[in-house]
Ligand binder design. Structure first.
Ligand SMILES: *Cc1c(COP(=O)(O)O)cnc(C)c1O
Length: 345
């Protein structure tokens, strides 16, 4: 096995897709104004407005933790709180950055089947306390697709939007795999975001095929006031911004953002199908995007690790996550399936 063989730990193990790389090379010809005052940033920003069918404010940052933390901080005062699922990346994988960036806004976590909040679970938290001794709920944070690889339908989003309106809550969407959600269900980016009540979307480029870079999209433009200063203060204003915005333009203009997500989803569907045919493998959550979660016996996990397969096992005992990306190949999937079969035999 080659050291660079495609892996299933995460979609951020993959390299840069050809379209993103090509635009990056184009942006490297000659010089350009710094700090986002370049044509690539202008074009990418305009393209997001076209794609989402709305006049929105767009900012680029280096990574998802910054995108989530800074956008949540823009929606909250320090005495406010953010409602999120107990498996949310902002709760489990950002080292307290959302609380840090907002000077203390508390995350209030809720349970929910398949990694999803529901209108009921949100309302239960909002109505539990209303006294001054508890941080006031201000934001609902949804991950699309979720940390468990499932997808909020438009109907589910609209039900949550209704609760948000009832209690004057803002909606933040962690779109680390937003493209995979769009690719998986027959809805437009607009329908899955602002038309379903999302005020700000963190749209991830890294996992979709870029080297790095996320777009923060404020559909509610008033909330973006002075956000450029917040990014700068946090060290998230790229001086050579075009090397984030040009690859974004490459993904958008060529349609690679959707093609990459479709490919990753199809690979996961293929893997799921093959695994379903193997006795002793149990699929843990509905496979709706590019992740497949399975229960495998410990000896199988050890055997796969010994063969240098990379995957995460952080969801309970025996839970294995196989994540597909734009770069996943069927040959590699077949190798994995064969090794699972061998280990089980
Ligand atoms: C990968 C990911 C992020 C971003 O993580 P960074 O490492 O900070 O770029 C955010 N949310 C979810 C759900 C993710 O999977």
């Amino acid at each position: 096995m080659s050291i660079n063989a495609e892996q299933f730990a995460s979609d951020n193990y993959s390299g840069i897709c050809p379209e993103a790389l090509e635009y990056m090379l184009q942006a490297n010809l000659g010089s350009a104004p710094a700090y986002g005052n370049d044509i690539w940033t202008q074009k990418a920003t305009d393209y997001f407005r076209e794609l989402f069918e709305i006049d929105c404010e767009v900012f680029f940052v280096f990574n998802g933790t910054a995108a989530n933390s800074l956008s949540l901080a823009a929606l909250c005062q320090s005495y406010h709180s953010v409602i999120c699922h107990e498996t949310a990346h902002i709760e489990t994988d950002e080292c307290g950055a959302p609380e840090f960036a907002s000077n203390g806004s508390k995350l209030l976590i809720a349970p929910g089947a398949n990694g999803k909040l529901t209108a009921q679970s949100v309302e239960a938290i909002v109505t539990k306390r209303s006294d001054i001794h508890f941080p006031k709920p201000k934001v609902i944070s949804l991950t699309q697709s979720t940390e468990l690889g499932t997808i909020y339908s438009v109907a589910e989003l609209l039900a949550i939007k209704e609760i948000a309106n009832k209690y004057q809550l803002k909606i933040h969407m962690d779109g680390a795999r937003f493209a995979n959600a769009v690719a998986a269900i027959n809805q437009t980016p607009a329908e899955l975001s602002w038309k379903s009540g999302v005020d700000v979307l963190c749209f991830c480029g890294t996992k979709n095929g870029m080297a790095l870079g996320e777009a923060i999209i404020f559909f509610n433009k008033a909330l973006a006031e002075d956000f450029d200063y917040r990014c700068k203060q946090a060290g998230q204003l790229a001086s050579k911004m075009r090397f984030i915005s040009a690859p974004w333009l490459g993904l958008l203009e060529t349609g690679a953002w959707l093609k990459n997500a479709q490919h990753a989803n199809q690979c996961a569907a293929y893997l799921e199908n093959k695994l379903l045919q193997i006795d002793g493998v149990e699929i843990m959550f509905p496979r709706e995007a590019n992740a497949v979660f399975v229960k495998l016996p410990d000896r199988v996990i050890h055997s796969l690790k010994a063969k240098n397969w990379q995957f995460y096992t952080f969801i309970g005992v025996g839970g294995v996550r196989f994540m597909c990306s734009w770069a996943t190949t069927q040959a590699r999937l077949d190798e994995l399936i064969k090794d699972i079969q061998t280990a089980l035999a």
